[in-house]
Structure formats: structure tokens, C-alpha cells
Design a binder for this molecule. Structure first.
Ligand code: PLP
Length: 230
């Protein structure tokens, strides 16, 4: 079932690419496996999936220990500074950096472990009160400030769009994030390699792809509904 789901999502991504004149190779599907058991991740892995997304530090570390080391782990959830040290040498990309203080902590721990950590700056494009992320206005300065820190590299931007019935309602936010991205590229800041736009989830990844997403984060569409009560 999981493998069929991934295939289905990949087909939708391909179709969205075709529609918008993009190369499907420029879009990476992240299987968001939070709350799901190892057995399900293995199924996705056997299909060929190498990018997994988690939102809790402990869970990411547990799964990292149990699964093959060629997996690229994406930290997509809010990250507390006191937990940074557990993941700097395990994550491929941290999508959820929304403050200079957090970036400083990542930089500090990365220096200690002698690694370089790639990050995305999370932007709360829709300005929802319940969500983390910098404002659109703050994003530019944040990228510039983080770029000055050692052992941390800004690779792009991430946003979590609102929950909507009609995914077209989120197009404006994806468009806006893409615009901020283009503006930052134009500034040509040292140590900033704006390559990635992480946007789109189960409900709206096709729209996100047509607006330039390079990473889509799909959980429910691959692994089914999550049960947080367990
Ligand atoms: C859980 C989560 C997802 C996946 O959500 P689905 O709607 O299940 O696809 C994507 N991004 C983030 C940041 C998440 O926390």
C-alpha cells in the first residue's frame, strides 16, 4: 500500500512538473514519517525512498539508529535550542530555522562536532498566529545574519501553508515564498546557496510544485492518517 501511495504521489508530481514546464528531477519527495513505525519506513525505503522527514528530535535519533545510513533525514518540526546537539551530525537538512538564536546554537554545535549543517529558513508566509517562522520582512535579514555564522549554510526557504479545503487558496503563499527566494538570490549574499524551496504537503503539494517547490513534504498521502493518541 505504501509503495503504491508513493508511486501515486510521484505521478502527481510528474504531472505538475509537466504542467509548469519543470524537470521532475528538480523535485524531491520527502516521506514524512513522524509517528509511524520503523516497519513502514522500511517499506518506503525498499521502494527507493531515501528522504524522510521527522518533527521530533528523539524520534529522529531513534529511527536514525535503526535504519540504513544512506537515508537523508530532514528535520521539519520546530527545533528547541537545547536539543540541537543531538541531531547536528545526523540530519541532512534542517527546514525549520526561524531565529538567529537557533541558528547560532546550530552553528556552535556544528563547530564542536566539526560538521557543516545545511538549513532552510522557515517563513510564516500566511502570518498564521499558531505557526512558527519568521515574517516575510524579517526573512531577508535573517538569511544575511545566518550566512555570517561558521559551519552553517543557508540552502533556501521553507513554509507551512494553512490548512485549506481548496489547495488553490495556498497558491498565493507559495508564489510569495518563491518571490522572496528570487529576491534573496538577486542579493548574491556570501555563503548563501539559494537552491531549495520546501513547500507543499499532502493537501497542496501539486500546487506547490507548479510554484517552484524543490522539496515537497508528504506524510498522510504516503503513510495514511496519523494517530496522535497512541
Ligand atoms: C506533518 C508535516 C508534514 C506532512 O503533512 P501531511 O499533511 O501529512 O502530508 C509536512 N510538513 C511539516 C512541517 C509537517 O509537520
Amino acid at each position: 500500500m505504501i509503495q503504491e501511495n508513493i508511486k501515486h504521489v510521484e505521478e502527481k508530481i510528474d504531472a505538475a512538473c509537466k504542467k509548469s514546464g519543470r524537470n521532475p528531477e528538480d523535485v524531491t519527495l520527502i516521506a514524512v514519517s513522524k509517528t509511524k513505525p520503523i516497519s513502514m519506513l522500511k517499506e518506503a525505503y525498499d521502494y527507493g525512498c531515501r528522504d524522510f522527514g521527522e518533527n521530533k528530535v528523539q524520534e529522529l535519533v531513534d529511527k536514525w539508529e535503526q535504519l540504513p545510513k544512506d537515508i537523508r533525514w530532514h528535520m521539519i518540526g520546530h527545533l528547541q535550542r537545547n536539543k540541537v546537539k543531538y541531531i547536528v551530525d545526523k540530519v541532512y537538512l534542517i527546514h525549520s530555522v526561524d531565529s538567529l538564536r537557533l541558528a547560532e546554537e546550530i552553528s556552535k554545535e556544528a563547530c564542536k562536532k566539526d560538521v557543516t549543517v545545511s538549513i532552510l529558513v522557515e517563513v510564516n508566509v500566511a502570518g498564521e498566529e499558531s505557526k512558527f517562522g519568521s515574517t516575510c520582512e524579517e526573512a531577508y535579514k535573517l538569511v544575511e545574519d545566518i550566512a555570517k555564522l561558521p559551519n552553517i549554510v543557508v540552502k533556501g526557504l521553507m513554509t507551512i501553508a494553512p490548512y485549506v479545503e481548496n489547495s488553490e487558496e495556498n497558491r498565493q503563499y507559495f508564489e510569495k515564498l518563491h518571490q522572496i527566494y528570487v529576491d534573496i538570490v538577486d542579493k548574491n549574499i556570501d555563503n548563501v546557496y539559494m537552491d531549495e524551496l520546501s513547500m507543499g504537503m499532502t493537501g497542496d503539494y501539486e500546487v506547490a510544485v507548479t510554484e517552484g517547490a524543490t522539496y515537497v513534504r508528504v506524510g498522510t498521502g504516503i503513510f495514511g492518517e496519523r494517530n496522535y493518541a497512541e
